[in-house]
Ligand binder design. Structure first.
Ligand SMILES: *Cc1c(COP(=O)(O)O)cnc(C)c1O
Length: 406
């Protein structure tokens, strides 16, 4: 039904079908250019980007500072492997340790790899087999991080998965405490379920997890691949909770689209020489890009902007939800916000309507539309996005009920 760039999209989709594994169910748009919070498709149509990839493009598309850092680094030195020292890598590690306030960093290329490193850190540090994770969580697509992922529908044909991953209901401190025992290497949790539908941990949950881990001698590991790097209004989403984890993982927002992930572990449990490695991890170009991301967040006051615009976004969405039978709840923190829809409306229907109207959104979980604009988003862009969402929600609801009647 969408009218987004039909001819070009159809051509590209046909080429993909005969050349690529069909792993992605894509929306009908081919983007060719971006600037700040704006995207343009192959037909020259402009979009307001409230997705930022999947909460990745933290400082906006083609930020001049990031473009300069990446191109200058590419022109100077692109790669030498981790057999040698490189300056951008250690500079980034120092910055990441600075924003966490503790730890030692291993640099990888993705969120799954950062989590994979975290799992190995915990195994090695404790010698124990078991990991406790949450139902509804998402930690990646490698075999171990898929086993950690608490969305069993994604396990599908990949069973048997690595054993010793136990899942408990998210947000229930008693269930968590009951699962953590003398065999537990670590508890791995997201401070807010991202892919699981933008579900924040209830107050006290992370502190309860810390307590359970301390009682059992297990590590507390927080997957901040989606919530970190300012996305929720602080450098790391757990920082307001007062809880100190043993391991934190980052990825999505760190490189503004360049492939980079980070596993930050307390110095006492960090890897020793030869125990872990990556050919590409922490390469000069992604590190130069990530340094620019951290500089821009700091210098442009984007943590404060994230909090302010996040509040404005949630206030606008709460009003829409109050006046609509199609949406039930607004959740989230900073600029990671979800609107849960009522039973008969799919998030895909709403996201497709929005795309047709020039607003890019994503789905999260089975029932939720996710808003994760770049942290540079302005108040008037928030208002415009809220307005477009309202129209899209209404149109999708009307179409769904038509479909139901017909
Ligand atoms: C996206 C995501 C991952 C996986 O990251 P990849 O870069 O796709 O491997 C892991 N954990 C969380 C919380 C995520 O949102």
């Amino acid at each position: 039904m969408s009218v987004v760039g039909p001819a070009h999209v159809a051509t590209v989709a046909a080429r993909e079908a005969s050349s690529m594994m069909a792993t992605y169910r894509r929306y009908p748009a081919t983007f060719v250019r971006g600037a700040g919070t704006r995207l343009w498709d192959a037909e020259g149509r402009e979009y307001l980007d409230f997705a930022a990839g999947i909460a990745v493009v933290q400082i906006g598309h083609a930020h001049p500072r990031w473009v300069r850092a990446v191109t200058e680094q590419a022109a100077r030195l692109g790669h030498v492997s981790n057999l040698f020292h490189t300056e951008p890598q250690v500079a980034l590690a120092e910055r990441v340790v600075g924003l966490a306030g503790w730890g030692r960093v291993f640099l990888a290329n993705s969120g799954a790899e950062a989590n994979e490193a975290a799992l190995k850190v915990a195994r090695r540090a404790t010698g124990r087999p078991k990991f406790v994770c949450a139902l509804g969580s998402f930690h990646g697509r490698t075999l171990a991080t898929l086993a950690a992922t608490g969305q069993v529908e994604k396990h599908g044909p990949f069973r048997p998965l690595p054993p010793w991953f136990v899942h408990v209901p998210y947000g229930d401190p008693e269930a968590l405490a009951a699962a953590v025992d003398g065999e537990t290497a670590a508890v791995l949790l997201e401070p807010i379920l991202g892919e699981g539908g933008v579900v924040p941990a209830p107050p006290g949950y992370l502190a309860a997890a810390r307590e359970a881990c301390d009682a059992a001698g297990a590590l507390l590991m927080l997957d901040e691949v989606q919530t970190g790097v300012g996305r929720c209004g602080e450098w790391l989403a757990h920082q307001g909770s007062g809880v100190r984890p043993d391991v934190v993982t980052l990825a999505k927002g760190l490189g503004n689209g360049l492939p980079i992930g980070a596993c930050v572990a307390r110095a006492e449990v960090a890897f020793a020489p030869g125990e872990h490695a990556s050919t590409f991890g922490g390469g000069p170009i992604p590190c130069a890009g990530a340094l620019a991301v951290l500089d821009v967040i700091e210098e442009e006051g984007l943590l404060a902007n994230c909090r302010a615009q996040g509040e404005r976004l949630r206030a606008g969405l709460v009003e829409i939800v109050a006046g609509s039978g199609a949406a039930a709840e607004v959740r989230g923190r900073g600029l990671l916000v979800g609107v849960e829809l009522t039973e008969d409306l799919t998030p895909r229907a709403v996201v497709e309507e929005a795309l047709g109207r020039g607003l890019v959104l994503t789905e999260a979980g089975a029932r939720t539309v996710r808003f994760s604009p770049p942290l540079v988003v302005t108040g008037s862009e928030i208002d415009r996005g809220v307005e477009l969402f309202e129209t899209s929600l209404r149109a999708a609801a009307a179409r769904t009920s038509e479909g139901g009647a017909g």
